[in-house]
Design a protein around this ligand. Structure first.
Ligand SMILES: Cc1cc2nc3c(=O)[nH]c(=O)nc-3n(C[C@H](O)[C@H](O)[C@H](O)COP(=O)(O)OP(=O)(O)OC[C@H]3O[C@@H](n4cnc5c(N)ncnc54)[C@H](O)[C@@H]3O)c2cc1C
Length: 508
């Protein structure tokens, strides 16, 4: 803030996505003092839960996906939706939209990413979609309904890209009764997270679910039928595959165009260069979220963006904070299929040891990556049973405190001892909530269940993958206090309603 009290600092945010919302929320929660915050969002909506977007296909309305609107009720905050910032004038310290010129003292870029398409002929034919915004999903749903009515038969869909998002999109198409094929250019699904055996195991689970998978298939062209709609894909080997609807999930690209035009430093591959304080090459401009490139990289996950939002808010309020680096832990959100990866899951650290448990009959593959002395957990991959994810992810970098194999056995989550988590272990990476903070919420703020902890700390409020662990910690602490433990899935390692991530009581 301005050292000179009495002068209002104008903080301007470009982009009104999840990370911008968290940034504003964080500023306000700490009583931002004498400031004015203006947020420009290109989408014609209030910020919404992009992570939970697929719930739209389960009937969740766009309104229900909205993030807490009360943030914008604060008289110090102003949100302009449907208004794209077209230019930054760094000399004048102004941003420009089609209808407005707006001054800033400090500018925060939170412009996120756009969804990429494969650069081939036909990629923009009617019937080809990306999967990024509520409007993308509305357009996809409407197309499927009208094309089915037009053709008078079930539709054949293709998702190009077999990563986390591709699998989620394939599940969404399937929920719309579209027979879906996932096309992956590499030799396995989720190749960024999984090694070959894990990828093969996942493919079996996906095929058991009624989805078709084609690996090592590179799309070279999309063809239209006589109506002009997409009708088929051609692969690099010349083979053709029919498709009435196509969804591209081949990665995201940082929206750094404003920053580039304004002369801010960007990486050659995309992303506004920031340091650990989220500062860009202009001292008045910060960048956070998916658009921000830290140590040369951008990451398409919300937790690092939230961590950056907290750093930026702290800094703009005169405090000091640094971004610790990317936590790339991820969990698949496809009902009935458990997949998670955390820490150094690829085993990039020199001298690592892998401990593997595989049960092909049960469709389970689990791997822990350990330090060369087999004591410290560095990362892991869980396919087919990710119940231990919530317990293991916070232990990355810490001693496992037991036989690593115990964590991999069936129902391994039960062996993961909540009480052993050090206070500093981050249980909820989305909201950066540690085990110590959860214990404090139980002991000092009277939280007696996971919902109360969520309300107090935000743990479990975003992706929900930590909720089981939160419940375990709450249960352990309540037991220690001699209080009764609520009867829910806290006592089991596996959620009893695990059939659907969106209906899961554990995940709220
Ligand atoms: C279906 C789906 C599922 C996902 N699941 C997960 C998950 O399980 N876990 C996870 O960690 N992440 C997940 N993600 C990724 C996660 O949603 C993103 O990491 C997160 O939304 C990034 O937030 P952001 O605010 O940086 O960017 P965005 O959410 O992209 O928001 C940026 C906003 O800025 C706007 N904007 C851009 N340029 C301008 C401009 N010039 N003027 C005004 N406005 C502008 C954009 O329109 C956009 O609304 C998922 C994403 C999708 C699409």
């Amino acid at each position: 803030m301005h050292e000179d009290s009495g002068i209002t600092t104008q903080i301007t945010v470009v982009g009104a996505g999840m990370v911008a919302h968290r940034f504003v929320e964080s500023l306000l929660s700490r009583d931002g003092g004498d400031m004015r915050v203006t947020v420009f969002g290109e989408e014609k909506r209030h910020p919404y839960d992009r992570v939970g977007l697929t719930a739209f296909f389960d009937g969740t309305s766009p309104e229900r996906l909205e993030l807490d609107r009360s943030v914008f009720d604060d008289p110090r905050v102003e949100l302009f939706t449907g208004e794209r910032v077209q230019r930054i004038d760094r000399k004048e310290r102004t941003v420009h939209t089609a209808s407005r010129r707006h001054r800033y003292d400090r500018l925060v870029l939170a412009t996120g990413s756009y969804a990429a398409r494969v650069a081939v002929d036909g990629a923009r034919l009617p019937g080809c979609f990306v999967y990024r915004t509520i409007d993308d999903l509305i357009a996809l749903r409407d197309f499927v309904a009208s094309r089915r009515a037009q053709l008078g038969r079930p539709l054949r869909g293709v998702v190009i890209g077999g990563g986390l998002l591709g699998l989620e999109a394939a599940g969404a198409l399937q929920s719309q009764e579209v027979a879906c094929t996932i096309v992956q250019s590499s030799d396995r699904l989720m190749s960024a997270q999984l090694d070959l055996p894990a990828g093969r195991m996942l493919q079996r689970l996906i095929e058991d679910r009624g989805l078709t998978v084609r690996t090592e298939a590179r799309t070279t062209r999309l063809d239209a039928d006589r109506t002009g709609n997409v009708a088929a894909l051609e692969f690099h080997d010349g083979s053709m595959h029919p498709a009435d609807v196509v969804v591209f999930t081949v990665g995201v690209r940082p929206r750094d165009e404003l920053a580039r035009e304004a002369g801010l430093r960007c990486t050659p591959t995309g992303g506004v260069v920031v340091d650990e304080r989220c500062d860009t090459s202009d001292a008045d401009i910060l960048a956070i979220g998916e658009v921000a490139a830290f140590e040369g990289r951008t990451v398409g996950l919300v937790a690092p963006g939230y961590a950056m939002a907290e750093v930026a808010a702290t800094r703009l309020l005169g405090g000091d904070a640094t971004f610790p680096g990317f936590d790339e832990s991820a969990k698949l959100k496809l009902s009935g299929i458990d997949v998670a990866s955390f820490g150094d899951h690829r085993g990039d650290t020199p001298g690592v040891l892998d401990v593997v448990y595989a049960d092909p009959v049960a469709g389970v593959y689990k791997k822990l990556v350990l330090s060369d002395d087999a004591k410290t957990l560095l990362g892991g991959v869980l396919v087919g049973d990710a119940s231990a994810y919530g317990a293991l992810r916070p232990l990355v970098g810490a001693a496992l405190g037991g036989d690593p194999a115990a964590y991999l056995m069936p129902e391994g989550g039960a062996a993961a001892p909540a009480a052993e988590l050090p206070d500093a272990a981050v249980v909820c990476s989305c909201a950066n909530v540690t085990a110590g903070r959860i214990r404090e919420a139980v002991h000092e703020e009277g939280c007696a269940d996971a919902n109360a902890v969520k309300a107090c700390t935000r743990a479990g409020a975003t992706c929900g993958s930590c909720v089981l662990m939160v419940k375990k910690i709450v249960g352990t602490e309540l037991t220690a206090l001699g209080q009764s433990v609520p009867r829910d899935c806290a006592s089991t390692s596996r959620c009893p309603d695990d059939s659907s991530s969106t209906r899961c009581v554990c995940r709220g």
